[in-house]
Design a protein around this ligand. Sequence first.
Ligand code: HEC
Length: 147
Amino acid sequence: MKIAGMMTVAVAMALAGAAAIAQPADPIKARERLMEQNGRDAKAGGQMLKGEVPYDPAKAVAIFTSMNDVAKKFGNYFPKGSEGGSEASPAIWSKPAEFQAALAKFQKDTAAAAAAKPATAAEFGPLFGQVTGNCKSCHEAFRVKKG
Ligand code: HEC
């Protein structure tokens, strides 16, 4: 009896785990948190570019790598039912192929920028410009700014 009870618990836990993967508890919070990370990284990059903080090649790679991580994860947090209540545009659900293409481009550009390992701020500048062009273009197409 004891074993059967434990198995029931194990099965229940496995099911709960599977449900959590299929549908994150709060996909809106999860995707906003990822974008907030993007925001912090973009700010840190901008400060280095403007010379407000000294240029650091390792930090430059860390910024692009972190953005690449966001690019890989972000698309997982748009399940049906999460359309309202955030700045996510309805276009994400009505034009999924375009949204995937924008994510793929952001992934590609961040990966290339990280791999380039810019040694100086002068090398960093164009890569950072290429990467942050994705922020603007994707927000124009897929984000509805509130307020
Ligand atoms: C492929 C599309 C895409 C790219 C690329 C992208 N964003 Fe976003 N971003 C979004 C969407 C969609 C939202 C709205 C999410 C929501 O509210 O559900 C958003 C929201 C945000 C937010 C607000 C987060 C919050 O707390 O509500 C910030 C900050 C942000 N993005 C920064 C950036 C920066 C900086 C970059 C570039 C380094 C970037 N984003 C690149 C699609 C993108």
